[in-house]
Design a protein around this ligand. Sequence first.
Ligand code: DMJ
Length: 855
Amino acid sequence: MPLTCRGRVRGQEPSRGDVDDALGKFSLTLIDSLDTLVVLNKTKEFEDAVRKVLRDVNLDNDVVVSVFETNIRVLGGLLGGHSLAIMLKEKGEYMQWYNDELLQMAKQLGYKLLPAFNTTSGLPYPRINLKFGIRKPEARTGTETDTCTACAGTLILEFAALSRFTGATIFEEYARKALDFLWEKRQRSSNLVGVTINIHTGDWVRKDSGVGAGIDSYYEYLLKAYVLLGDDSFLERFNTHYDAIMRYISQPPLLLDVHIHKPMLNARTWMDALLAFFPGLQVLKGDIRPAIETHEMLYQVIKKHNFLPEAFTTDFRVHWAQHPLRPEFAESTYFLYKATGDPYYLEVGKTLIENLNKYARVPCGFAAMKDVRTGSHEDRMDSFFLAEMFKYLYLLFADKEDIIFDIEDYIFTTEAHLLPLWLSTTNQSISKKNTTSEYTELDDSNFDWTCPNTQILFPNDPLYAQSIREPLKNVVDKSCPRGIIRVEESFRSGAKPPLRARDFMATNPEHLEILKKMGVSLIHLKDGRVQLVQHAIQAASSIDAEDGLRFMQEMIELSSQQQKEQQLPPRAVQIVSHPFFGRVVLTAGPAQFGLDLSKHKETRGFVASSKPYNGCSELTNPEAVMGKIALIQRGQCMFAEKARNIQNAGAIGGIVIDDNEGSSSDTAPLFQMAGDGKDTDDIKIPMLFLFSKEGSIILDAIREYEEVEVLLSDKAKDRDPEMENEEQPSSENDSQNQSGEQISSSSQEVDLVDQESSEENSLNSHPELLSLADVDNAASISPSEQTSNPTENHETTNLNGECTDLDNQLQEQSETEEDSNPNVSWGKKVQPIDSILADWNEDIEAFEMMEKDEL
Ligand code: DMJ
């Protein structure tokens, strides 16, 4: 926890939900970063770290952990550490005392994970209790029915390495069985896999498919299993999937999720940051051109926001604003540099490093970005930052002589742990499968059985990569808003719905008539909102039901767009005084009154606590807050009243700190401070809200340094270099550490509150509903609002950066795609009603899952 300078211990911090499943009280960061130390030539430190692991780490804790995360980070970390420990031992200088102790720990952990595979399918349960396994009453797990494809399909490298290192074949057998099952379950017509699967029945639970979250490393492990184990069947499977990915998901330079049954139908209009690993995998596969294209697009998104947001739209707007310092883009940059030797990729790496140092470096490490738009931090530094990001960035710039072993003798796991390639010929007790009978030869020279060689791909052409990047140089900056292109296409390939979502008025009787015909009913909720529900079976005909589905899709898109537009984005409180110098940026909630920081210059000032602290009456210490930013505690009166009281005392701004001890923006959704229902125009100062954990960082800083200056803004400002230079190395660092300790000791007293969101969306709690959209005042959608709706702005961008008419483009595209794709024949082909309904049900389920996912 780089802001509060402590380790994150499971159970000692408020639960963050699923992300905490990686924490098993087994010194995750220490284990995950073992082999990084050797890569960075910190051999002595590696030796010390291994001793610490052997001395301190307990793998038998009563903690429920993710099988996937434990495998890639802990088992992989131990095996990577073992691989380099034996390499060093053989060299004869370091690790001479080492006697396979890390491997023994890895084996112990491997056996602890095996009970998770006790399912009829052979797919592992997603979680296991390290001490009690699965399904015992004490285990508190084993009731899950679903897992993600990557969770079940990212085991083979670690498990096979464990088997081959130890001779215990059971691990490789289990991992192979899980992979065989996933392969069997692929959607046969598209050769794609869904995001989540039922571990008992093998049914796809989420039928959307991409190369990012939930699936990513399944594909990575098929190709790498071929490389590490030399088993052709893995390459055949990879190639089959790759062909499908390039056919349906790849829309250069984008990679967009589709439905496994209707792969020409996009499942969403945004991409997630995890897919940034894919160009690196394409390099390993030898398909350099699309790798260069996607990487370039991602780089431009990064240049726009300093980091890659967790998700971004097809027109490159931020969809999910956080960035937990993920390494995937650095990984792809490294592979592309290796493949092309183009110094451009060194420049890219330099930008990544500069941004990390400028925006993420904090007193005790590097902090995840809570919001790339504001530059605010989260008290979080995931173990993959040291395991992967450091490693790939170091390797990008390292010469061969900088590394004390030959990196080419190893393969990187998905967590960038190193496994030696000689394992392919060791303990091969599991017979290699020959070409599977189901394998269809792919008619593409990309699927040769040879390793790609850049000299063959583009001999003596240093400008090869540049020539591919050039046409894409404006793809992000000059992009224009766009809608769900392929979904729109499919609308256009059939009749348009008789009523467009944007035109709908809940008070118009004609509209209500059309809705009824389409099987859509209107429910007036008690809180004044209107809910739309579609039952295809109640539609007048199959064509009307199809129209209804399109109408609902449009409405869902429109509704989520409007919700986004109504939200004020979060703001930033940046501590600018010594010794923070702008390094610590706290996520703050905005106010619906007072100075709007997005329109005005930021407010800078020293902070002072108001008296009374709740700010609910005239301040008794106006001299203390005059010309300063007043700190006020939440509660006991309206936010606007607090604002007026501090403004009257002469404060230039206010920060309301949550009175709910232990609350944090890590675990609770930010909100906007509302006015008091009266006119709030008299409030001229900016007001921001901080949860208790973020607020206590400021309060602790006051205790330590007395004078604390902050900046209230819509986006953190670059640090003041002059101030940074004043920082004295030794004594100041000491005080910095002290501050960390002090912050730490006070924060440990924080009450534990489990703030996992209990908000449930009726989408998920009404299984009988075929499709549903919550629409706030749908009847009041006015023509002026319509024009601001991106789905209606029928423009897209061409590669020269000019906006062109989307209607025409879509028309053309849909015409060509219709010919080649039998799935896009809505409204044209005569299909039996049962099959149409079955298809719709699949689509609708998928849309519901998407909505759930987005929520
Ligand atoms: C890493 O833990 C692994 O790379 C995993 O496969 C997915 N991504 C995270 C880091 O983003």
